[in-house]
Design a protein around this ligand. Sequence first.
Ligand SMILES: [Zn+2]
Length: 494
Amino acid sequence: MKNLISITALFFALGCSHSIKAPIEKNKFVKLTSYSEIIDFVKQSKVRNKLIDIEYFAVSAEGKNIPALTISKDNFTNSNKIRVMIFAQQHGDEQSGKEGLLLLLNDIATGNLDYLFDRLDVILVPQVNPDGSEKDTRRNGNNVDLNRNHLVLSESETTGLHELFYKYLPDATLDVHEYFPYSKDWLEYGYLKNYDEQIGTLTNPNVSSNIVKMQKEEYLKYINDYLTKSGFSYNEYIVGGPPQMNRIRYSTIDVNDGRQSFGILNSFSFIQEGKNGTNSLENIEHRTRGQYQGMKGFLQYLYNNSREIKSLVKRERDKLINPSLDEDIVIRMEHVKGDSPVMIKLKSISTGEDSIFKVDDFNSKICTYLEVKKPKGYLLPKTDTKLKALIDKHHMKYSEFTANKNESIVQYHILDMKKSIDEEDEHFDPVVKEEVVVNLDTSHYYYVQTNQLASNLIVIAFEPQSMLGISQYADYNYLFEKEKYPILKVVEIK
Ligand SMILES: [Zn+2]
């Protein structure tokens, strides 16, 4: 009898890796996974599969250690592999991304997906915002929207995520969210967006058009098919509406979110938006499984196309590191009506039936209002410790400036301060003139050149007229205080 028991115990121990459930499954989808359950589960996963390692990349505002899982067959040493980072729950009240990512981690822990790591090195962050998650609120413990914080990086969670990015330099990233279809306007309209998953590509016009082309023409088709076959509905991510009441457009061109802040470095970067419930628990099993399928489909696509994406990202990043002269960078822009109407599917609240709506004025295009020639670089006053901290956080390289007879230094004068509304938000729109500066003591400046990975981001961040620049943020409004803009640019003399 004793032998029988120990054989049973052994059998259970051998089989248990397959029978272990993610916390939400164990809780039968009636309770959301807590921070402490995540910590226990990630530790358990590391024990179950030796490819998995844990790295704590940040401490939240309220003191929680935030884990990332790194998964590799050769400890991230094989440069031919695609590096991928998937991160979820920047918004604490969008719970299904975290739950879906833990389901994916559970699969990986069983070893059933080990084949993926022949071609992929993966970094998973199930929960960027544990403080918000525990309270089921959008913002972090400092009441900051983390997904608007990726330029100024004032928060430890976003700063840590960018540290993680620069440590591994992923070729591809996926930022997982949920959209909330039940706003007052839509409820009154009587129809709802009803897609299990919406996937958004890069939208900022300064991102490599070759990357966006592959995203739109290949990935979106693939993931639509993948999700549909797995029983989940798909749409390309759109925001706004209802039709005729508010404009409908693709998502923000700003570089301060999780998708685009990595995308502007020419990463193959997306946002995935699952459909939220009217509350965080409603329909959570279906929501979790939809997010899981979207993430698994993303990994499978990268595995299938690893060589092509690796070389695409390398080629497009090389263009940032060796920028061509006379390149234009778009710094003011807006979504405008496209050439043709777009059909969207909406669900009737009263009948539950789907209807197709023709949206004639769908804002599918980006209109450019202001472009600047990419300069050789910018001079940042060394006395400005905030700017110094910012360029360090973005891993922007800088040096002492050495004068070159083919270059001149230009300072902006702020002549007038206007405002504009773009993407439904107000932005400063300064009127400037340029003046060549001579006899400047450049030893008081750091020289941030544009021949680096952050090339386009540097221009967007430091140009005074940029609607997405740092001076638009309260913390950096002081840059506009004086008539002379304190950041100077270095241009080549023709
Ligand atoms: Zn979100």
